[in-house]
Design a protein around this ligand. Structure first.
Ligand code: FAD
Length: 345
């Protein structure tokens, strides 16, 4: 019997398995499809909230803690698997902030000792990429990004050779039973000392019998363009949309936020809107080839705060989820916290 059975193989489940095994636990992870193919693959990989000053301190604490965990994690994964997760400090240029928002952003940076520089119109034009509409912008040069699909591949490869971890993919958990504690899957039953639910937007279905915690799906669509490597010197944020430059010239343009249940249908108009946004901000992207368009379901709690802990009425069932728009940014710290809680209990 495993010490812990984890349900779900997104970033939250895989990192929890990684840290639980590091803490000495024997883990079985059960994933309905392939690991890291839902929200964790679909996400952009910005390792900070889009506008961090608008977020609760508890979220920023998890982000900062994760920021300090990522370099060692990526190094360890590269050593073990040879896969480079492309963790980069690429900085975030915040364009067209409303004046009151800009004041809040600057106050937040000061309070949090984060670097924040004002670039004036001449400095912006010297970048030679932006349209002429911007009078100034805030540069947050410390913001990191990661190539999340690569992180998924690296984590999976590392866990596959970890003797403390057993992975069952293409195996759906139908129900969690108690007395004795076990998960019932479409391929049989897995007994558990403890159960950790990391099922993203599908979490509520699994715990409904034991908790009223609600985690609902919120769709986001993303567009991938191809440009010359190095075209964008920073990640760009403008009017709630972002562009993320990858090292090889791919640029992710995102995103949307739609309450449409578990429907992941792609919308052609959304792709056109994202493409138009990209070329309005960076005119050189006019005509840039569209490589791919996709959507994913973010897991959101009612108060948009993640839940990391055991269920109040079931101390042997844990949930790590509800990370909404920031699950990659909060991933390592959330997983490390839940792993330590489980091992200590
Ligand atoms: C378009 C978009 C852009 C985003 N951009 C960013 C960003 O830039 N930065 C950032 O920090 N975050 C971003 N996010 C949010 C981030 O991707 C999520 O918060 C995070 O991936 C959630 O991870 P998770 O492991 O909880 O869920 P998921 O990745 O969805 O994983 C849950 C897993 O559980 C499995 N599962 C579900 N039910 C069962 C069951 N019954 N049995 C077995 N397995 C089951 C699923 O198949 C899935 O693999 C973005 C999300 C989207 C959609």
């Amino acid at each position: 019997m495993a010490d812990v059975v984890i349900i779900g193989g997104g970033i939250t489940g895989l990192l929890s398995a990684h840290y639980l095994a590091a803490e000495g636990a024997v883990v079985t992870l059960v994933e309905r499809g392939e690991c890291f193919r839902e929200a964790s693959w679909a996400g952009g990989g910005i390792l900070a909230p889009m506008h961090p000053w608008r977020y609760a301190d508890s979220i920023n604490e998890l982000v900062f803690e994760s920021e300090s965990l990522y370099p060692a994690l990526c190094e360890q994964l590269q050593e073990k698997t040879g896969i480079d997760c492309e963790l980069q400090v690429s900085g975030m240029l915040q364009l067209a902030l409303a004046p009151e928002d800009e004041i809040l952003a600057r106050q937040w940076c000061e309070r949090r000792s984060r670097v924040c520089e004002v670039l004036d119109q001449a400095q912006l034009q010297n970048l030679n990429i932006l349209s002429t509409q911007f009078s100034h912008a805030l540069l947050m040069p410390e913001t990191q990004q990661i190539r999340n699909p690569r992180l998924g591949k690296a984590l999976l490869a590392a866990l596959q050779t970890n003797p403390a971890v057993t992975l069952h993919t293409q195996t759906e958990v139908n129900v969690i039973e108690t007395e004795p504690l076990r998960v019932v899957t479409d391929h049989g039953v897995v007994s558990a000392g403890k159960v950790l639910v990391c099922a993203g937007a599908w979490t509520s279905r699994l715990i409904a019998e034991y908790s009223s915690l609600q985690i609902k799906p919120v769709k986001g669509e993303m567009l991938l363009l191809k440009a010359e490597p190095g075209l964008l010197p920073y990640m760009l944020m403008c009017h709630g949309r972002y562009m993320i430059p990858r090292a090889d010239g791919h640029i992710l343009v995102g995103s949307t936020q739609q309450d449409s249940g578990f429907d992941k249908t792609l919308n052609v108009e959304t792709a056109q809107l994202l493409q138009q946004h990209a070329q309005d901000v960076v005119p050189a992207l006019e005509g840039a080839p569209v490589v791919r368009h996709w959507s994913g379901l973010r897991p959101a709690t009612n108060d948009e705060l993640p839940f990391v802990g055991s269920l109040p009425d079931r101390p042997d069932i844990y949930v790590c989820g509800g990370h909404f728009r920031n699950g990659l940014a909060m991933g390592p710290a959330s997983a490390l916290r839940i792993a330590r809680q489980i091992v200590a209990s």
